[in-house]
Design a protein around this ligand. Structure first.
Ligand code: SAH
Length: 358
């Protein structure tokens, strides 16, 4: 066990690091781009034919390469959404969801095993954070899904289990790897990262010069309500968060979208919508900056362990109309995979519960 944890994690390496590795084991440099391409295509070491057995043995002595294993796969009969429960090397599980849109295939990936952000409505955070995912495990979810589906994935959303900015270094490494022309070649403009609002990390991300789309999980229109459902807000309040968004937009020119989960009786009144519109307009559309603002409205997914109830259709459309009237684009998130419980964290929880019963 100890040996495997100290082995070099090949899929987490970029081409320069892989070149270094081959030099170390006395192999020619060209092996690096050869192996990089093949790993990213989803070939496992014993399936690769143009590397000799002797070289593979040398590689395996020092390094390891594996993909997440499909433990469960659910396919929606309604819209073809696929939900995977992936098993990792250490027995932990994560979830990924593949969604089919007219413009291509999007995968929603997890960034941590569990989450420590504590959002009250979310299933992923109930037992806290177990560990961060390595760059290879972030990438592995996409490679394993492509391998299974035999199709190319064109868009990534980091909206699965975990808080991506709480696993900052690995996520940045992953973003560099996934854009490599010899690998998955998914451009930054096809990637969205969703965060509950870790302000110092948003500021750091601004400086990385990666034109990804940022998505902010806002869910409330004032600090009191937001702190009640999202503990992170007690550390970084809405004002500070929106200042960081404004600065991110000014520096990168990339639009930011806001996620707003509608919870019946908590944050879904016309008054809440008015307050949200005033907040966004005053913070993001003044002093020479005019950000395009887009709010995604998501009826809260009811989680067994939580007592939140989703808003009804009437309240949702009234909320959307109120925002639109104040010049804020609002879309109600289409629910994909409703027959397979495709929202995040619930498959993992069910599998944890059934393991507990064993
Ligand atoms: N930690 C990140 C990304 C993972 S959560 C973040 O907070 O953005 C992805 C999105 O799903 C977030 O907007 C989150 O608030 C939302 N979400 C979590 N649980 C939900 C639920 N039960 N119903 C609806 N949306 C939920």
């Amino acid at each position: 066990m100890e040996e495997s944890t100290t082995k070099i994690d090949l899929l987490s390496l970029d081409k320069d690091e892989l070149t270094e590795f081959f030099i170390q084991i006395g192999e020619p440099k060209y092996r690096a781009s050869q192996l990089f391409t093949q790993m990213h295509k989803g070939l496992l070491l014993d399936e690769i034919t143009n590397i000799s057995k002797a070289t593979k043995a040398k590689i395996s002595e020092l390094a390891s390469y594996s993909l997440p294993v499909i433990e469960q796969k659910l396919v929606s009969a309604i819209d073809g959404t696929v939900k995977y429960l992936f098993g990792l090397c250490d027995g932990n599980c994560i979830e990924s969801v593949v969604m089919r849109y007219e413009h291509g295939i999007t995968i929603c990936i997890s960034s941590q095993v569990g989450c420590r952000m504590g959002c009250r409505f979310c299933a992923s955070t109930i037992d806290g954070r177990v560990r961060d995912l390595a760059p290879s495990e972030l990438l592995g979810q996409i490679i394993a899904a492509e391998r299974d589906l035999g199709e190319r994935i064109s868009n990534i959303v980091m909206m699965g289990i975990g808080e991506p900015l709480d696993n900052y270094g690995n996520v940045i490494k992953f973003l560099h790897l996934v854009g490599d022309k010899d690998g998955l070649n998914i451009g930054y403009r096809h990637i969205s990262l969703s965060t509950c609002g870790i302000v110092p990390k948003i500021k750091e991300l601004e400086k990385e010069n990666l034109p990804i789309t940022l998505s902010i999980s806002l869910h409330a229109s004032n600090d009191e309500k937001r702190s009640e459902i999202m503990p992170i807000n007690r550390k970084y309040g809405i004002g500070e968060l929106l200042d960081a968004c404004r600065s991110y937009f000014a520096a990168t020119g990339r639009r930011i979208s806001f996620e707003y989960t509608l919870i019946s009786g908590k944050n879904d009144s016309v008054g809440d919508a008015e307050e949200l519109a005033s907040l966004l307009n005053s913070k993001l559309r003044s002093k020479n900056v005019s950000m395009p603002i887009h709010v995604n409205l998501i009826p809260v997914n009811e989680v067994d362990e939580r007592d939140f109830v989703h808003s009804d259709k009437k309240a949702i459309s009234l909320f959307a109309a109120t925002l639109e009237k104040r010049g804020i684009r609002a879309t109600v998130r289409r629910k994909l995979g409703s027959d397979i419980n495709a929202s995040c964290g619930q498959l993992r929880r069910n599998s944890m519960k059934s393991k507990d019963l064993e």
